[in-house]
Every structure is written in structure tokens, then in C-alpha cells.
Design a protein around this ligand. Structure first.
Ligand code: ADP
Ligand code: MG
Length: 353
């Protein structure tokens, strides 16, 4: 009851917005379910690049995305981009659209940053504040990748503990927040809230095949085939335990880890090729390694070397995330406690002494 009152009061005193308050700037993205723009308030238009807000104009699925963002705001605010407000905008010409507003977190997604030849060094000062005293090389790269993975898993743990599965985890949906100097998750357009029971997969909805786990359709038995509106299905925590839908995101996060370790797997085409190879190995990463390592390019070999540092803790973590069976994949919370991240804690301690 208290939580309900708090949520109500919070909404009552939060600023609300309407169409006329906003000036649209540069277009940032165009998906099949909506368009995303930079925006600013009409009262204080921003001079640079188009404003300090982000606006998504979405179709009917926008309703679910507003629901997810509201829940994240209250339950795990730091996991995702800072959501401000969502409303239904009805115009005489365009029909109805949902408008969603966030704070503009920063210019770069993890996908943008990973495209740079300089990755992960281009991220180093962004997340660690200063350049490390280590020489450029595997150890230093590994340290930066560890930090990114820890932030991504932390954000995922927040979502999963709230009962939300994202279902579209990929570098394009991970943004660097310049204000808080951490990576946050964006785009809850495909997310499912399984504890409260908002679980909606439009029939035509396609999961991004580049990052999707092999099970493809999580909780498929509970998913209605072609609903016309968000459908509530009462799913208990017991069902959550049985189906482990959160492990879908873990697989995707594992593929991001893989791409960070292996520069040659960062392009779409090489990732698609990797997926094909892994499928041929029955999704057994160890088997994939066995088949590729003997004839691996220097670049690929370097990736294995990075993951083999510290007795192979990195490789161990990667193989616990990218597994065929959802129930054999590590959870976000367990991954955060994995020795891969201990090592960094120990090193940080030794630096402080
Ligand atoms: P979709 O993928 O459905 O088009 P997203 O929510 O992923 O929509 O947003 C599209 C793009 O807009 C993102 O890839 C990112 O570049 C940018 N973007 C979205 N939200 C923010 C935000 N809060 N701050 C800065 N950029 C954002
Ligand atoms: Mg997106």
C-alpha cells in the first residue's frame, strides 16, 4: 500500500509534458515501431545538436514501453536511461502515437564505441576517469572490458531482479551515460514484465537474430499468438524459476562479451558467421574453440589470449553465459560474483596501497 501511495505521489509531482512543450531536433533512429529524435523544451531550446532530451514517437507498442520505463524508474533507475514521461498524442492527421521522453544520456552507444579501431582504449578514460599506468596490451584491454561487462551485468541484474526481461540486448541498446559515467540499457520496446504479467510479443515481432539465444521465444507456451493489446498473463515467481527467461538476456550479453574480446567478430557479417559456426558445434563454445583455434587468425588468437588471462577466468565466464540450455547459463547476479570480476577488485585494492 505504501509503495502504491509513494508511486502515486511521485507521479503527481513529477513534471509532465505535452507536444507543444517540445522542439524536435536531429533524428537518432528509425525502427519498425517508431522514430527517435533529440529534443528540447520550447521554453529553453538548446543550441547544440538539438537538445538535452530524447523523444520516441511510437506506435501502439509504445504503451508497453511506457509501462516498462515507469517500472524501471521506480525499481532500478540506474539500469536504464533516465525516463521522464510518456503520453498518448492524438493528432487529426496521423492518428495516435505514444510519445516517450528521456534525458539525453550521451552521444555514443556501445555499438558506436566498438566500431572504433581504438576500442576499448577509447572507453578507458570515459569509465575509469584516467588512463591506467599499465602499458597498452591485453591486460589493460581486459581491465576495460571487465568494467564494461560489470556495468552491463549490473544493469541487467537490476532489470531481472525487478522481473523484467529485456529481450533485445545488443551494443546498439547500451548507451554511455556521460553524466553518470556508466553504461546503461535503453530500448525497452521488446521487454516483458513477467512478474506483474505484462508479456506481449506481437506476432510479427522478430527478435534480433544476431544476438538472440537459440530458444528464440521465451515463455512461448504462455505467449498469446496474436493479441491486439498488451495481454496480462499471471506468471508467478515459480514460473520465472522454471523457465528462467532472464537467461535469454545473458546469452545476448555473452555475445557482446565475445565481440569485445574478438575484434574480428565485431561486424554484423562476422557475427552472423560466428552464429552459424556455433550452431554447427551444437552451441558448444569449447567445441567452437577447438575447431577454430588451430587455424585462427592472429586477431582471433589474441582474443583467446585475452580470455585466458588469470587462469582463463574470462573464458570461463564467457562459456557460462553462452550456452544452449537457458538453465545452464549463469544469472546476472551470479556472474557479478564470478572470479573474473574479483581479480579486478584485488588489483584495485593493490593500487590503493
Ligand atoms: P529503436 O531501436 O526502437 O529505434 P532506441 O530506444 O534503441 O529505439 O533508440 C534509438 C537510438 O537513439 C539509440 O540507438 C541511441 O543512439 C539513441 N538514444 C535512445 N535513447 C537515448 C538516450 N536516453 N540518450 C541518448 N541517446 C539515446
Ligand atoms: Mg534500439
Amino acid at each position: 500500500f505504501d509503495m502504491f501511495v509513494l508511486a502515486f505521489v511521485e507521479r503527481l509531482f513529477r513534471p509532465t509534458y505535452k507536444k507543444d512543450d517540445l522542439v524536435l531536433g536531429k533524428k537518432l533512429g528509425e525502427g519498425s515501431f517508431g522514430s527517435v529524435y533529440r529534443a528540447s523544451l520550447a521554453k529553453k531550446p538548446s543550441s547544440k545538436d538539438g537538445g538535452d532530451l530524447v523523444l520516441k514517437r511510437a506506435s501502439e507498442y509504445g504503451a508497453v514501453e511506457i509501462w516498462m520505463n515507469e517500472r524501471v524508474r521506480r525499481a532500478c533507475a540506474n539500469s536504464c536511461a533516465d525516463f521522464l514521461y510518456g503520453f498518448l498524442e492524438t493528432s487529426s492527421t496521423k492518428g495516435s502515437e505514444y510519445w516517450l521522453l528521456w534525458r539525453f544520456e550521451g552521444k555514443a552507444t556501445l555499438a558506436d564505441l566498438m566500431q572504433s579501431k581504438d576500442f576499448p582504449y577509447n572507453v578507458e578514460t570515459m569509465i575509469l576517469g584516467k588512463v591506467q599506468d599499465l602499458p597498452k596490451g591485453l591486460e589493460r584491454e581486459n581491465r576495460i572490458i571487465q568494467t564494461i561487462m560489470r556495468q552491463l551485468l549490473f544493469a541487467l541484474d537490476g532489470l531481472h531482479s525487478t522481473g523484467i526481461v529485456h529481450r533485445d540486448i545488443k551494443p546498439q541498446n547500451v548507451i554511455f551515460s556521460e553524466g553518470s559515467r556508466i553504461f546503461k540499457i535503453i530500448d525497452l520496446g521488446a521487454a516483458a514484465d513477467l512478474r506483474v504479467g505484462i508479456n506481449y510479443i506481437p506476432k510479427e515481432f522478430l527478435l534480433d537474430p544476431r544476438y538472440a539465444a537459440p530458444e528464440q521465444y521465451i515463455m512461448s507456451t504462455q505467449t498469446p499468438s496474436a493479441p491486439s493489446a498488451p495481454v496480462a498473463t499471471a506468471l508467478s515467481p515459480v514460473l520465472w524459476q522454471l523457465n528462467l527467461p532472464d537467461r535469454f538476456d545473458i546469452y545476448s550479453a555473452g555475445l557482446i562479451f565475445l565481440q569485445m574480446a574478438f575484434p574480428s567478430l565485431r561486424t554484423d557479417s562476422s557475427l552472423i558467421q560466428f552464429n552459424r559456426q556455433l550452431k554447427r558445434c551444437d552451441y558448444d563454445l569449447a567445441a567452437w574453440r577447438k575447431s577454430t583455434e588451430p587455424r585462427a587468425s592472429p586477431d582471433l588468437r589474441r582474443g583467446f589470449e585475452l580470455l585466458d588471462l588469470d587462469d582463463g577466468v574470462g573464458w570461463e565466464l564467457l562459456t557460462s553465459m553462452v550456452r544452449y540450455k537457458a538453465r545452464q547459463r549463469i544469472s546476472a547476479k551470479a556472474a557479478l560474483a564470478h572470479p573474473y570480476f574479483d581479480r579486478e577488485g584485488l588489483l584495485a585494492l593493490s593500487f590503493m596501497q
